[in-house]
Design a protein around this ligand. Structure first.
Ligand SMILES: [Fe+2]
Length: 368
């Protein structure tokens, strides 16, 4: 048997862990890519303790990591000779920062690497990831999902140099997300935990992590959707996302992610919302080939059968105010060829039941 498991070099989970960032940095200047909600907090908490270093904050990085903005941020990081790259925000910020760190010492642009599938090697700068959403688990993974707005193609850049040197999941950072972000991110994490569990590439170790990860996210979302915003809810959501992330790095994901990426790229549907819309129908399709892991999940969720689990996921999606179809984005049959052509990623390969192109279209017809 051959076994490999990879993760960030250092993983810290806990309240206030964000304050250890300064002592972990290597010598040299600091570039911080963040979302609009995080800038004030970074300026107040982190900047005063980075005396003596040049620091550049690139704020308000957009969702879904667009190529043009990622290239602009890369140029800004190079212009200050940054040796430390910090991604502090949602999955888009972390994927953007991860890409910048990986390409910082090269002469490559993000756009060229993305469009021409250029490979890249090791890096010498330091990269830290601090998520403010419990969703993509980008802090755990060696890939960055970017979007080319000229072609509407959304795909992953991947490489060993993309694992973070330091991933800090501080549940206090999760508390400021607005409800719609909390719920859509949570459904991304829930989808990751479930797709990892039923993946064709799952194994004993990934199942242990992903079942517990899915369950913690499930519990956290149930309590959040009932109005609870106590600290333990964010602890559960943070832990759930982390465990599922540790699992799917190895197991891969499934068709909700595979089919969701081109829809998100084409129509601008937030990734977590795509997951929420697709998950129920994908699980129904997969059921004949995923009975055993679905039974394990149902058991952990304290539900009697896989069918009841699927029904409960639909109920939770509705309770979170997430849509069950793509009507608001005007997804139409004429969009299907683009989706079919661009959905054949690694996620589709690890889906437990194969899809023909026609079967992808039949599934989409149920949710347009
Ligand atoms: Fe995801």
């Amino acid at each position: 048997m051959i076994f490999e498991m990879q993760s960030p070099a250092e993983l810290l989970f806990g309240r206030k862990y964000r304050f250890v960032v300064p002592e972990k940095l290597i010598p040299g200047n600091v570039f911080i890519l963040c979302g609009s909600h995080s800038k004030d907090q970074i300026e107040k908490e982190l900047l005063p303790v980075l005396d003596g270093r040049k620091v550049e904050i690139f704020p308000s990085f957009p969702a879904e990591a667009p190529l043009a903005e990622t290239d602009a941020a890369l140029a800004a990081a190079r212009s200050i000779g940054a040796r430390n790259i910090i991604g502090w925000g949602g999955g888009s910020c972390i994927d953007g920062a991860k890409t910048i760190a990986a390409l910082l010492d090269t002469s490559l642009s993000v756009t060229d690497v993305f469009r021409d599938d250029i490979t890249f090697g090791s890096r010498s700068c330091f990269f830290a990831a601090l998520p403010t959403t419990a969703g993509t688990a980008a802090e755990m993974t060696p890939n960055a999902v970017l979007c080319d707005h000229e072609t509407n193609i959304k795909k992953s850049l991947r490489g060993p140099s993309m694992f973070a040197d330091l991933a800090i999941i501080d549940p206090e950072l999760l508390e400021s997300a607005p409800d719609h972000v909390l719920y859509s991110s949570g459904f991304d994490a829930l989808t990751q935990g479930i797709e990892s569990t039923i993946s064709a590439r799952s194994d004993a170790m990934t199942s242990m992590l992903s079942i517990e990860g899915a369950f913690l996210t499930w519990q956290g979302l149930q309590q959040a959707a009932s109005g609870c915003r106590a600290s333990h809810v964010f602890d559960m959501l943070g832990r759930g996302c982390m465990l599922s992330g540790a699992a799917f790095v190895r197991s891969g994901l499934g068709a909700a992610h595979g089919i969701g990426h081109p829809i998100s790229g084409l129509k601008g549907v937030p990734h977590g919302v795509c997951c929420a819309i697709l998950l129920v129908e994908v699980l129904k399709w997969n059921l004949p080939c995923s009975i055993d892991p679905m039974k394990q999940l149902a058991l952990r969720f304290n539900l009697e059968t896989p069918e009841k689990l699927i029904g409960a996921i639909a109920d939770l999606r509705d309770k979170c105010g997430l849509p069950s179809d793509f009507k608001s984005w005007n997804l139409q049959k004429k969009d299907f060829p683009f989706i079919v052509k661009n959905c054949r990623s690694g996620s589709m390969k690890s889906n437990p039941r194969p899809f023909s192109d026609d079967e992808v279209c039949k599934l989409l017809e149920k949710i347009i």
